[in-house]
Design a protein. Structure first.
Lengths: 433, 491
């Protein structure tokens, strides 16, 4: 280890190699890394990966750390490779509606720069002030406006990555439309650092809308809110978000018991028209009090179920068919209640992205049993479930990832081809990758 | 693969017939001729067999036979591709998906449809149209091309400016892997479990396997549509108008540019009402809510006028709108009136580089003593220079190819790409080094190996084949192995 440390210090400079007490913010699932390295250039990232590979020490790429606890607990964290110093906004050409930034730039810093020129990257995941561009891609993070604007896969047009052998590879490009070569950007989205370390990315941008509004409507039952969400989808309206929150998740908004929140953007007259159409429509479906919510409510919508408990016992993301959202939330609530546990539920309802959080319990086995049942519910609703967060005691009883079936073998083949020595984030991902 | 003996060939034919039925196999040279090229007729190659499966199980069984025989195989949709993607580059098996053309399921509540790969793109919109829905990606070839071909090439169209390309509308795929296993990549829900295999498969040009079912999103038809024609005396003004529209924070559904040569060809052929003396015209469409559509239209008209448009008019009704679009959509056909042949390029550039690159394209083609017509997706910087030529004139084809290479080089130099929607296929494979390093290509090659370890699934595509990666010459003249065997010839 000492030999490796010396090499790392020679590569990135001693102040950028952290050891001892400085490692504490980088503990993953109770495991302390051997060392944290902060390279200052793409070349240095490559050199560090090569040194790690030669020493057979795993590399854990690190952005803002917001998703570090997602995944199976690592056998060994090894070298945490933090991208924090690669934080330049490389190029923003407003006329091209594209931006290129280094991986360590935070989303908030990027948005601030873009907003100053009337544009934005249409992604609104939680913790934008900590989440980095690289982490956003690796964790496929998203928020409520994904309803209209999609997820990273709809916006990322180019990536530069450092691969498992330390070489630099580019995929995609800087233009908004491009089919030359395989779509490498897609490969890295949601890959949790298992195939390469994203060091730079290029995105499509959008102009900032002239106006935007969030409207909250109260319902008595999840079922009714679900029916209303479906009715909105079947209408000519073009909302940018359709959220359903249960009582626990919606409490901070002051509405409920069940809240349907719908966002609209565009020209002022478009927003006005849609907001009033929504009020009329939901009134006939049992909705009460269509209320304009303050803009600050957007932030709450990014992770309302998780935030419902001061310290949740576990958080699960369920991907289901949009029509199954309310049923999933109801059944999930009931499954927890049967075991005497409270839960909180929220959904990006139009795209079927549901999150459930269960309250902490002394018995990890009880929490685990609830989660196992939630997974069955997700599958029955045509989808799958991922354990987004849980303490180790729970993770040891419930797999973090669902079983992808035969596709898992293809994923293993990809991993074997691109990281044959299993250097990058080993053992934390789907199918044992 | 060695040339098949006659005995071997008839034994194989019987085996293939046992899989797909007697009417499902072609092996006579005159029957195979129909399948020797796609929309890019510069390349031709004859298969040993063309087979017509009707199920994923058929496809799987065919693929297993091919693997056992060490015989290359390639999926084929409608054959409208423009890069030679579905050509049997080394003989072997062409697997036509044209008999797998059903809409299997439409779920309006969840806004998705499950279709077979041989379904013609436009037929999906027809199927869901009566319910007020449509399938958004609209290649100009949508009356003929298949969803399977669209998947392979990640096809775009005029409206992809606002709505995105094929991959943005694909949720999941059932795929026959190159080893014959039938696997689902993705599914009906939005978020992938594990790697986004469906996303990676789209755009892999038939080299990762054969799609046998496709889950696509369907969208509600917009409440209102407005189409504007803006006419310019200088092509630079038209380019400036594209930037001005973007700068005003507008996101039109489509912004298409048509140059003078094309306008005249279209007017000669169809009379769509474009002014013949204009240097360029922009066809701009906004869609969405009825509320605000006039306001957006006004801003667009304003942006065009400020950029020097001599005339801006909005289609008064649906009939006029259709006529304006007809001019755009039939441009390729119209070139046939003014030239015996043409070759379409597909470079993409940053939008702000339009004036410079269009100027360079004209210079490059003129220097070869040829003419070029431009009709393209200006809103997303996707150029389609159509180089007109006469294949009967000695040396002209070579000059076309040389001009094409130079155009791709310019696109690469300004930070663009060599293909926006037609794919690399055979045509552009040797130009990949213009935009990708050896490390990039090696990484892509390893990804291919993960899906297609024997390489028998659509070989010879996407990756450069020439030893010297830097300089590429007239690739169209590479003698094909089948040609050498006297089984095929180019004109
Ligand atoms: C007049 C004209 C206009 C055009 N306009 C456009 C346009 O606006 N935008 C655009 O993007 N393209 C356009 N094209 C190009 C072409 O139509 C598209 O690339 C189309 O997607 C090809 O579909 P196809 O069914 O003809 O595929 P084919 O040409 O048969 O095959 C194309 C590729 O798809 C693969 N393939 C086919 N089916 C499958 C399957 N089931 N699974 C896996 N791989 C498969 C083939 O192996 C091949 O690599 C145009 C072509 C023409 C002739």
């Amino acid at each position: 280890m000492q030999g490796l440390l010396d090499k790392l210090r020679a590569t990135v400079g001693a102040p950028n190699v952290l050891t001892g007490i400085d490692l504490s913010p980088f503990v993953v699932e109770g495991r302390t890394p051997d060392v944290v390295v902060l390279p200052g250039s793409v070349g240095e990232v490559g050199a560090v990966v090569q040194q790690a590979a030669a020493a057979k020490v795993p590399v854990t790429p690190w952005g803002g750390g917001t998703a570090a606890a997602v995944g199976a607990p690592p056998a060994r964290v090894g070298i945490v490779l933090a991208l924090k110093r690669l934080d330049r906004l490389v190029e923003h050409e407003p006329g091209d509606l594209t931006v290129t930034a280094e991986a360590g730039l935070t989303l908030e810093a990027l948005q601030t720069a873009l907003r100053a020129r009337g544009q934005w990257l249409s992604l609104d995941p939680p913790e934008a002030e900590r989440a980095t561009i690289g982490g956003l891609i690796a964790a496929n993070a998203s928020g409520p406006r994904r309803h209209l604007y999609g997820t990273v896969r709809d916006l990322l047009i180019g990536v530069t990555v450092v691969t498992a052998d330390g070489s630099v590879v580019r995929g995609g490009g800087k233009v908004v439309k491009n089919v030359a070569g395989y779509d490498l950007p897609k490969l890295f989205i949601g890959s949790y650092g298992t195939l390469g370390i994203v060091v730079e990315a290029t995105f499509k941008l959008r102009p900032l809308p002239e106006d935007e509004r969030l409207v909250g409507v109260t319902f008595d039952r999840l079922k009714d809110a679900g029916a209303a969400a479906r009715a909105v989808l079947a209408e000519d309206l073009i909302p940018n978000a359709i959220e359903i929150l249960d009582a626990a998740a919606g409490a901070p908004l002051g509405l409920g018991p069940v809240t349907l929140v719908v966002g609209f953007d565009g020209l002022r007259e478009q927003v006005e028209f849609q907001a009033s159409a929504l009020a009329d429509m939901t009134a006939s479906l049992g909705g009460r009090r269509a209320t304009t919510l303050p803009a600050s409510a957007w932030t709450h919508l990014a992770a309302p179920a998780r935030d419902a408990f001061a310290s949740p016992g576990a958080v699960m993301s369920l991907s289901v068919l949009p029509t199954m959202v309310a049923d999933t939330m109801e059944q999930g609530t009931e499954a927890a209640r049967r075991r005497g546990l409270a839960s909180a539920w929220a959904a990006h309802a139009g795209v079927g992205a549901v999150t459930g959080a269960v309250v902490a319990d002394r018995e990890a086995a009880t929490v685990a049993a609830v989660l196992a049942e939630w997974r069955v519910i997700a599958r029955a609703a045509g989808g799958h479930a991922t354990l987004a967060w849980a303490p180790l005691a729970v993770k040891s009883q419930v797999p973090v990832w669902d079983d992808p079936g035969p596709a898992g073998r293809i994923m293993q083949h990809i991993k074997a081809q691109l990281d044959p020595n299993n250097v990058l984030n080993p053992g934390r991902f789907v199918s044992g990758i | 693969m060695a040339t098949l003996t006659l005995d071997r060939k008839s034994a194989l034919r019987r085996e293939l017939e046992a899989i797909v039925g007697r009417g499902g196999v072609l092996s006579e040279p005159d029957e195979l001729l129909v399948y020797e090229s796609d929309g890019l007729t510069l390349f031709r190659a004859l298969a040993d067999f063309v087979v017509f499966p009707t199920s994923a199980e058929h496809v799987a069984a065919l693929v297993r036979v091919a693997q056992r025989e060490g015989m290359p195989f390639v999926a084929r949709g409608a054959g409208t591709g423009l890069s030679g993607g579905c050509l049997p580059s080394e003989g072997g098996l062409v697997i036509s998906l044209m008999r797998m053309n059903r809409v299997l399921e439409v779920d309006y509540d969840n806004q998705l449809a499950v279709v077979e790969p041989g379904l013609v793109n436009l037929h999906l919109s027809w199927a869901v149209g009566p319910h007020g829905y449509y399938y958004a990606p609209d290649p100009s070839s949508q009356q003929a091309c298949t969803i399977g071909g669209n998947i392979a090439n990640n096809s775009g169209g005029p409206h992809t400016l606002k709505y995105g390309v094929t991959v943005n509308h694909v949720l999941g795929l059932e795929v026959v892997m190159p080893d014959g296993e039938i696997v689902w990549l993705g599914g009906k829900t939005r978020d992938a479990l594990g790697y986004d295999l469906a996303g990676v498969f789209v755009g892999s040009e038939g080299t990762f396997g054969i799609a046998t079912k496709i889950v696509v999103r369907i969208l509600r038809k917009p409440q209102a549509v407005k189409t504007v024609l803006a006419v310019f005396d200088q092509i630079e003004q038209a380019s400036a108008a594209v930037s001005a529209i973007i700068a005003r924070g507008l996101v039109p559904a489509a912004v298409e540019m048509i140059d003078q040569l094309t306008i005249q060809a279209v007017e000669d052929a169809f009379g769509c009402g474009y002014p013949r003396d204009a240097a360029a015209a922009l066809l701009i469409e906004v869609d969405g809510l009825r509320a605000g559509i006039e306001a957006q239209c006004e801003r667009i008209v304003d942006a065009c006028r400020q950029s020097g448009a001599r005339e801006v008019r909005a289609a008064a009704d649906e009939a006029e709108r259709q006529l304006l679009w007809k001019g755009r959509k039939s441009a390729f056909g119209a070139y046939g009136r003014v030239s015996p042949a043409y070759m379409v390029m597909d470079g993409v550039i940053p939008r702000t580089k339009l004036p410079y690159v269009l100027g360079r394209v004209n210079e490059i083609v003129a220097a070869q003593g040829l003419r070029v017509g431009n009709v393209f997706h200006a809103g997303d910087g996707n150029l389609h220079p159509n180089i007109l030529y006469d294949p009967r004139k000695p040396g002209e084809e070579a000059r076309v190819v040389a001009a094409g290479a130079e155009i791709m080089k310019i696109c690469a130099e300004v930070g663009g790409s060599i293909s926006g929607e037609h794919g690399i296929g055979l045509e552009k494979s040797d130009f990949m080094p213009f935009i990708f390093s050896a490390a990039d290509l090696a990484f892509m090659q390893r990804l291919k190996t993960a899906f297609n370890p024997t390489g028998l699934c659509n070989p010879g595509k996407v990756f450069p084949t020439r030893k010297s990666c830097g300089e590429a010459g007239p690739v169209a003249y590479r003698p094909h192995p089948i040609e050498e065997r006297g089984l095929a010839q180019r004109f």
